[in-house]
Design a protein around this ligand. Structure first.
Ligand SMILES: [Zn+2]
Length: 217
């Protein structure tokens, strides 16, 4: 039996579905179907009581605006203020430093144990403002416990990730649905460190925090 009212509803649903798909066609095409796996996350994140307080060291002040921009982008994507600035280095979970001593192949490095993001001045100086911000956004992604997706074991997915995701290294400042969902998921799959455990790492001479304090980073 044909009923006009039913026909109209069906047409409307199809239209909404189509528009919805079209609106998301620039996102990772299979964002809804790619399954997150344990190969995407480490065992811990940098949060403490739900937040990551970040401190910008003197040598990274030139990147302050980019850092605040990147932190705000992530907070917006996550729907809560996970990243918060602090003026206390000892009270921070994350310290930004600008350095000339990173390996030449790295624009930035995130060390999650003692909580350091090191930005390579020689790369940052060459980069556009957009790319500088993208580097910070990518490195901040690691503080939630997410791994580099350009190293993902599956070759086909790896190529998709490289082109379309923050953690795959797409150098975008646009945190899309897939990036945000992955960050939320890794936060839920990883653990935060107690103050004791975190301070233990910060006092380790081999880790970035101590190297930075002693001018080796
Ligand atoms: Zn990375």
């Amino acid at each position: 039996m044909f009923n006009f009212k039913h026909f109209f509803v069906v047409v409307m649903m199809v239209l909404v579905g189509f528009i919805g798909m079209a609106a998301h066609s620039d996102d990772v095409s299979a964002a809804q179907t790619i399954r997150f796996t344990s190969a995407m996350h480490t065992n811990k994140n940098l949060t403490y009581k739900g937040t990551i307080k970040y401190y910008v060291k003197g040598d990274a002040k030139k990147y302050q605006a980019d850092i605040n921009y990147a932190a705000n982008r992530w907070n917006k994507a996550l729907g809560r203020k996970v990243l918060r600035p602090t003026n206390s280095q000892s009270g921070s979970r994350l310290v930004f430093t600008g350095t000339n001593k990173l390996g030449a192949g790295y624009a930035g490095m995130a060390e999650i144990n003692s909580g350091v993001i090191a930005l390579n001045n020689s790369w940052m100086n060459r980069y556009s403002n957009q790319k500088q911000r993208a580097v910070v956004i990518h490195e901040l992604g690691h503080t939630f416990g997410t791994k580099d997706l350009y190293n993902y074991p599956d070759a086909s997915l790896r190529n998709t990730f490289k082109k379309q995701t923050i953690m795959g290294g797409n150098y975008s400042t646009n945190i899309k649905t897939f990036d945000a969902k992955l960050a939320k998921w890794t936060l839920s799959k990883t653990r935060s460190m107690s103050a004791t455990e975190f301070n233990h790492y910060r006092s380790n001479k081999g880790l970035y925090y101590q190297q930075m304090l002693h001018g080796q980073l």
